[in-house]
Each structure stands twice: as structure tokens, then as C-alpha cells.
Design a protein around this ligand. Sequence first.
Ligand code: CP
Length: 333
Amino acid sequence: MIPRAPKLTNDILHTYNMRHLISLKEQSADDIRNILTIAALLKKKYRAGKPTDLLRGKTLLMFFQKGSTRTRISFEAAMTELGGHAIYLDAAKTQFALADFRDEIRAAMRFGDVLMMRLMRVEDVALAASFDQMPVIDGCSEKYHPCQALGDILTMAEHSGGLKKVKKIAWLGIENNVSNTLKLACAKIGIEVALVTPERNAASVDRELDTMANATGKVKKVLDIKKALHGADYVHTDTWMDTEYFENGKPKPEFEKEYKRRMKEFMPYQLNASLVEKYAPKAGIMHCMPMHVGYEITRDAIEHPNSVIFDQAENRKHIQKAILLWLLERHRR
Ligand code: CP
């Protein structure tokens, strides 16, 4: 029978024999806390110059259909520090372009121990996971960015002096793949989430995820910025348009009109210094990057004393290490 992508529901993922990290729907609050604890420990060891080579002889396969700075570097550096090796595969330079994905991916999985994929469609990530040959990680699809969410929570916990001290976050701009996984992870571990989002990226919608997040009672849509930011410990944002719409830091000509439309619609929700100083003067400023300065965020917000954006970027590496160890169940050794 020709393998097909399973419908990506929480139930399906629980039937697998091995751990996968795709949407965070499949992870419990305890799983999330465990991964964060492992990351904090690994970071401490790394900073103390202690070895963390728990994945000697292991190979991470990294498959990219889209560009990346942080995800690629953080996973690659993570594998180096864990004593293993990472192989980077650019989809355009492989045989994936001319063969059936189902065949190429099953062959590729014969060569490694974990597969991280940044694909156009999460359906293909789920298909790879359904073969249950090795743990599969969604390295950012149209619907999810679980590694980013976990890294962001690690950053907030560090800057607040403990996870329990993070009570509320606000997300400004568009609801998308990054906000999906961040809101779900936060809601699962008891952090309040205010979504200041007049619009949603249609491709990112996952009703099952919304239902799970909403059932916690922790997620609220609040378009009144003053109310949304009141009591927020951190204010997050992300690009108002997907990275595929940009070239050399500017919108591609065919997306100019949409770029301008969004500029008009989202400008009241831009993350800038005056907004933070007015409504949440103690809140940390966060952006998952890459940033479009002057669009969803301003230079004065990036350089603001409250900004934790570059710690947030660094923590991608520490959380990737924890994710890899947790997936391979190596963290107890
Ligand atoms: N935030 C993030 O995933 O960055 P990259 O797209 O550079 O990997």
C-alpha cells in the first residue's frame, strides 16, 4: 500500500513507538517542563566548560525546503557540542526534487538517528514521522514552530528567575505558526497569553490546537493594546508576512501591495519602545527573528534595555540540545 500522510491529530501521534516533536499538541505540560529543565542544565554545563557529549556517534539529518539562519546553526552547533554530527540537506540540491518524497525520505532515514525538517507543508513532516523509523522534528512548517516556542519559554524563565515567575505574555501582530506553538506551550504550563492579533495567517490555522489551547482558559484574544499588555511579563512579535515574501530585506515586487496593506492594518500593533514604555514598562521584548526593522518591530525596541532578543536567539541552541536528548531519551544517562 502506498504510504499517505496521516491526519495530524494528537491521537495519531500517541500511537507512535517513538517520540516526535511536531506541534506540541502531543507533549504534556510535564514533557515541556522536562525539556526546559534539560536545556537549563545543559546550558549551565556548557557555560562551565563541562562536556555534554551525550550523542557521540549519532547523526542528525537536517532537511530544509526553506531558508534558515538560527535553526540550521543552532542544530548544527548543538550536535557538535553533544559529540554527534549534523548533515545539512538543501532540498533544491538533493534528489527530492525529482523523486517521490515518500521514497527519498525513507531512504534518507536509513542514515541517521534524528530527522529535523523545515518543510513547506507539515503534512510531509507527519508523513516522515508516520514511518516511525526515527524521531522527527518540525523545524518550522506553515503551522508550527515547536523548537522556537520551547526556546522562547527557556529565555523567559531565565530572565524572570524561574518558570513559575512568568505569568503572562502578549503576542502582537499576526497569528501564525510561531504564535500557535508558543500559545499552546504557554497555556499548557499555565502562562496566560494575550493575542493582540487582528488577523490570522490562513495556512497556519489548526482548530485542534486552538481547542487544546483554549480549553486551558489561559488564551485570550484582546485587541485593546492597553488591556493586553497590562501585567505582561514579555511582549512577542514576528514578521507580519512570511519570509518567503521577502528578498534582500525587501518585499518581492509581486507582494508589494500586500506588504503595504498589512503595514496599514498592523501598524497600531508594531512592537516599539514607546508602546512598551507606555503599557508594560517592565516587560521583556522578544522577536523570534529574522526581523523586518520598521515593519513589525523598530530599532529602538531591538536595542531597548528590556530586549532579550539575542538571548532568545542563543537559546535556540540550548533548547535544541535538550530536544535531541529528550527525543532520544538520552538525558538520563
Ligand atoms: N526563528 C527562526 O527559526 O530563525 P531561522 O528562520 O533563521 O531559522
